[in-house]
Design a protein around this ligand. Sequence first.
Ligand code: ATR
Length: 279
Amino acid sequence: MIRSAGARVAGVIGWPVDHSRSPVLHNHWLARYDIDGAYIPLPVAPENLIAALRALSLLGLRGANVTLPHKQAAARVMDRLDPGAARLEAVNTVLVEPDGTLVGLNTDGFGFLEHMRSTFPAWQPDRGAALILGAGGASRSILAALAGVGVGKLRLSNRSEERARDTARVVDGPVEVIAWPDRHQGLLDAALLVNTTSLGMAGQPSLSIDLQSLPAHAIVADIVYTPLDTPLLQAARARGLAVLDGVGMLLHQARPGFAAWFGIEPRVDEALRQAVLGR
Ligand code: ATR
């Protein structure tokens, strides 16, 4: 809540931005930690992105999150990119330094890994292969993050195979690209399946994949969180597999930005989760 003219302000830049859960998320933390600050939605059309990013420092904002469709364009405007954002050529978090320098981070992969580690503390990345479905921005972040923590065998399948090959290039090491109709084959010996496609989202068809060949110790993750309990996660649970829902990545990716803008390392817990889910 804003208590003084010294309040710290950050926001989320998107177009449209009204679907973003980030204002609820950050304002929940601001209230919890009783911080003199605010986090606001910033609707910015693509043709205004450069001016809007430059205006952050002129207006005294601490920084911003960047969401669809601006993540890649924003990376080109930053004065400095951290190594993760440089690799992905995409930014989801902007920090404004005291001299006005814009620093771009990409915390999506961090968000996925932190959600994984906090849900499954005994998770061992090197225990088996991972199959990632989909080749959009989320897929790139997760692929790079998994490679970074030592998942040795990475497999990627996407409806458009060419896009899968492009996405595979974000990783230094080898990524096996599997044709979309053969995606089931990528489950053999896999310890992790991650759906990053929009299949299973409300209003979309569900993802068709036969989980029978997944080993019993495998984890099934979905980044779709509307609905939270997707047909994929239901099928995984019915098979007795461990599941990772889509909202945790969103909650954890927000931590580095909040900490930098407002000066407190925030905690992800059930109350935050319920607030973001609108419950
Ligand atoms: P992101 O939000 O992660 O950046 P996106 O760019 O919106 O993702 O991409 C959505 C993903 O869902 C893509 O991998 C897309 O496949 P294509 O690259 O072939 O378009 C995938 N997707 C969407 N609808 C699909 C469908 N009906 N069948 C298979 N894959 C689908």
